[in-house]
Write a protein that binds this ligand. Structure first.
Ligand SMILES: [Zn+2]
Length: 397
């Protein structure tokens, strides 16, 4: 069935968010450069920024048009919102140093990084960044520390620091909430109608049965950046949680010197002191096998993490959570954080260092969802107990 779209916000007519968008005149000129891959993203938020901010500009950066965005394109006082060791923290920036034009890259994390790597003029711009874990007043859907803020959240947070007294900035977040709510409601109705259609021959059992869920250990691993072009990538850290009792295992793995630069460490939320505790793969393998026991069922969000961890595990890697999730929901899934947001999951707080705490917590939340019956039943008892609990690491032996 053909659906009409609103010509202004480009959303399906029944999900139009135009009534939530009001013009916001800002001092800062916001210039969004979009990765072409983001163009048809149904959940793109750059459009709201463009519609709401009267002092903004929007361009798609096609590969053939790179010269349009050379040094001359950016006026004096332009800064790029992009993390890096030289980036200035927007929350502590003196008024006189604040940029007049803020360039924001719109895309997935990798899309934005590609855009940055391909454009020397972008690399030459002074950089600004949002502080880690600091919320600018409005409750963001995700924390800046996760590195996966949507474009509109990043623009909103930046403007809150750059010009906190500009009226109506919260309109951005109100329109974004409307976008998210409409998207979720539509997805829900689409799924329920699909389940009704096929209910006679579709099993409603969750993809993880209770017995498997009780044996499940959820894994999150940080992988070293690949400098050698090797296909297999080495783990630098490993965090796991056993579902039946909430026990945690965490270890850093030794990697060649200079594998991780300051940017990587910042992104993973790790310090040199933490990395100094790294053990050899053999040591970690021995400790891990002892901790796991003989019949653990190890899973992780992505298959690539399971593959990277395979040499440390006692049994061959199992199915990834992403595969379970996609088969169950009958659709493609993007980043773990997006799934957590769309399914409105509660992420447990885990006491392990770095961003692994949040990422493992997200994977645990998705595992709990996958073990919860869809016909209104309750998840296995063991899962209920810690799905909302604060997890503590066992004492170090
Ligand atoms: Zn509209």
């Amino acid at each position: 069935m053909e659906r009409t779209a609103c010509r202004r916000c480009l959303r399906p007519a029944n999900l139009c968010i135009c009534s939530a968008i009001r013009p916001i005149p800002t001092r800062t000129h916001v210039w969004i450069l979009q990765h072409p891959g983001e163009r048809r993203h149904p959940f793109g938020t750059a459009i709201i920024v463009q519609l709401a901010l009267t002092n903004s500009r929007f361009d798609v950066v096609w590969d053939t048009e790179q010269e349009k965005f050379g040094d001359a394109a950016f006026p004096p006082g332009t800064a790029l919102l992009f993390p890096g060791p030289t980036a200035s923290d927007l929350s502590t920036m003196p008024t006189e140093k604040r940029p007049h034009t803020l360039v924001v890259l719109d895309g997935t994390w990798w899309g934005a990084k590609k855009l940055f790597n391909k454009n020397p003029a972008l690399q030459r711009l002074p950089r600004v960044t949002l502080p880690l874990g600091v919320s600018p007043g409005h409750k963001l859907r995700r924390e800046p520390a996760a590195g996966y803020l949507s474009t509109i959240e990043a623009v909103y947070a930046s403007l809150k620091f750059l010009e906190p007294y500009t009226p109506n900035l919260d309109v951005l977040m109100a329109a974004y909430d409307r976008l998210c709510d409409g998207h979720l409601a539509e997805r829900k109705s689409r799924h329920s109608s699909r389940y009704v259609d096929r209910s006679s021959h579709r099993t409603r059992r969750p993809p993880l049965d209770a017995e498997t869920a009780r044996r499940t250990v959820v894994l999150y691993g940080e992988v070293a950046p690949d400098k050698t072009g090797r296909k297999e990538r080495a783990l630098t850290s490993l965090a796991m949680m056993r579902l039946c009792d909430g026990a945690l295992f965490h270890a850093f793995l030794q990697c060649p010197p200079d594998t991780l630069n300051e940017w990587h460490k910042g992104r993973m939320g790790l310090t040199d002191a933490l990395l100094a505790t790294a053990q050899s793969p053999e040591q970690v393998r021995t400790a891990l096998r002892k901790w796991l026991g003989p019949d653990a069922y190890v899973t992780a969000w992505s298959q690539s993490t399971l593959d990277a961890a395979a040499p440390l595990l006692p049994a061959p890697p199992t199915t990834s959570l992403k595969t379970y999730y996609c088969n169950w929901r009958h659709r493609h899934a993007g980043d773990l954080s997006v799934v957590v947001e769309e399914e409105k999951l509660t992420v447990p707080t885990l006491e392990i260092p770095g961003r692994a705490a949040e990422r493992l917590g997200m994977a645990v939340a998705v595992t709990t969802l996958l073990a919860t019956p869809t016909d209104g039943g309750r998840p296995p008892e063991a899962l209920v107990e810690f799905s909302n609990a604060e997890m503590k690491a066992p004492p170090q032996s």
